[in-house]
Design a protein around this ligand. Sequence first.
Ligand SMILES: [Fe+2]
Length: 288
Amino acid sequence: MSLIRFDNTDWEDASSLQQTTAIKALEQGQLLLFPNLYQKLTETQYILLDPKCLAPNAKNISLKPNAALVDGAIADTAMQTQLTTLCRTYASHATRLVQQLLPSYSKALIPGRTSFRPAAVDQRKQSPRKDDRRLHVDAFPSSPNQGKRILRVFCNINPNGEPRIWRLGEPFPEVAKRFLPTIKAPFPGSANLLNTLGITKTKRSRYDHYMLHIHDTMKMDETYQRQVNYEEIALPALSTWIVFTDQVSHAAMSGQFMLEQTFYLPPHTMQRPELAPIHVLEHLLAQR
Ligand SMILES: [Fe+2]
């Protein structure tokens, strides 16, 4: 089973059984779906549900932690402020949810960007490498994470009741076994060079190199995309879901208007660190 449902309407009183179940499911690569949990928009925030507020070439409108204003928006100052408030409110909502549901992670979680995604997924024209309608695991070319997990909290805020359609592919160890043998080791010195040239924000580790190439190779492999087994799921409007997107092979096929919060988690803080992609890759490559 690729997803597990939690029907609570809030998480003030998450039971320890629910907390244990949630962590176990997440670490095993399941998606946690909360069909009754979403961020309510104010009346003025409904005006923001318009893809025209996206800057040209921007995929999302996003807010860095502690930033004053969002990036990626083409809007006047008042609207930029409103978009910033939307993202900031969602960041608090997502943080509260993970603290209540995943308390053993909460001290170690590092907040990343919050994003608002107003574009319709099925109308975006993207190169195969950037096309999130192809199955992939997340890896960020300019933001190496040196093995930290990528935990994401999504919320479908579609006002017309449209679900977000995702596909979930094969488990991470299968993905890694399939693609790792096709990927060459990084050139000596390439991490320093990429960092010096400003292509990466920090040094791209060996882990980041392999994850990025798995991401690209998966997306570019037409036969794999056509033939691999997947499950298609509908993530309803006004629902929330949490998933380790560095581990779960996923593709976003359709949907419009979503909020998303990224967190990073050091793998040693997991209940079962051996399930983290870094340890799966270390095992397959027989190296640290
Ligand atoms: Fe993704």
